[in-house]
Design a protein around this ligand. Structure first.
Ligand SMILES: C[S@@+](CC[C@H](N)C(=O)[O-])C[C@H]1O[C@@H](n2cnc3c(N)ncnc32)[C@H](O)[C@@H]1O
Length: 280
């Protein structure tokens, strides 16, 4: 019943939830961190007026940020009440370059239409994230990029997620970059980059309030094995070799953060410029 529960979430979540969702990111105590994350996404998108498909857009705050910057945006969400609010917010701002559709991202029918697909905190609600990535792949034009800003290791077991699952029946998963890269490769994507999670980086650099992170290089278990298998170890080494000569940095925390990108990070994947592969 997970999809029905996703659809019912806003009506079940009670007083104030719709108002909070409609006023994001400014309604949230983590507003600054949301802005850091969306700024990073916008730095990685192709320039406007590229066509962007924002999947699991909720009330569409990310879509409207993209639209204000000049992108041609389609926001899609499985929940009709989320899309009703998104349409109201779009109309209030008169943004003709944003449109919204009720759609399950595991059943998309777009083909070769978009320059970019964004999943922002939404793919981890999927029944089958591999299927959603295959549908997103089909929606992209050859050469298009997919950006996935999703929670990594530890999300499903967090207190908030356990409460959301128990109360509302929604799906909560860990989607570490290593897992997304493997599924993306199977979907047909040809090039991958994994960036440190912008929020974690900002916390370390600007607030000094970083969570203590384990060192995956000291780990000989599945996490270290995944780091090697997905090629992320090379990315870590490259970034670290650039940072080490700057002694003013809090090297220990930043090192650990960068080494942690197999578990938590922003994933960019690109469809080949000549890709003719169809979605499964
Ligand atoms: C945590 S919310 C994030 C919403 C929005 N991206 C934001 O940042 O405010 C997850 C969203 O994913 C949507 N969702 C869940 N499963 C989906 C599916 N199969 N297809 C499309 N949207 C889905 C939910 O309705 C919800 O709006």
């Amino acid at each position: 019943m997970a999809k029905e529960d996703e659809i019912a979430y806003l009506s079940r979540a009670g007083a104030g939830s719709a108002e909070h969702a409609a006023a994001k990111p400014f309604s949230d105590p983590q507003c600054g961190m949301y802005l850091v994350r969306i700024g990073t996404l916008m730095a990685l998108l192709p320039p406007p007026p590229a066509r962007v498909l924002d999947l699991g857009c909720g009330t569409g705050w990310t879509s409207l940020f993209f639209a204000r910057a000049g992108y041609e945006v389609v926001g899609a969400d499985i929940a009709p009440d989320m899309i009703r609010l998104a349409n109201e917010l779009r109309d209030r701002e008169g943004l003709a370059n944003a449109s919204f559709v009720v759609s399950d991202y595991e059943a998309l029918t777009f083909h070769n239409e978009f320059d970019a697909v964004v999943f922002f905190h939404s793919l981890h609600h999927a029944d089958d994230e591999g299927l959603a990535l295959r549908k997103a792949f089909a929606a992209l034009k050859p050469g298009g990029v997919l950006l996935a800003d999703e929670p990594g290791v530890g999300h499903a077991a967090s207190e908030n997620s356990l409460e959301a699952v128990a109360k509302f029946g929604v799906t909560e998963k860990d989607l570490p970059p290593a897992h997304l890269v493997e599924l993306g490769r199977a979907a047909g994507f040809e090039a991958f980059r994994v960036f440190p999670c912008a929020e974690s980086l900002a916390k370390v650099v600007y607030t000094g309030r970083a969570e203590p992170l384990p060192d995956p290089f000291a780990d000989t278990g599945p996490a270290a094995e995944r780091l090697h298998r997905t090629g992320l170890r090379r990315t870590c080494d490259r970034v670290l070799s650039r940072l080490r000569p700057t002694p003013a940095w809090r090297l220990t925390n930043v090192d650990h953060l960068l080494l942690h990108i197999h578990a938590d990070g922003l994933v960019l994947m690109r469809k080949g410029a000549h890709s003719a592969r169809a979605a499964a």
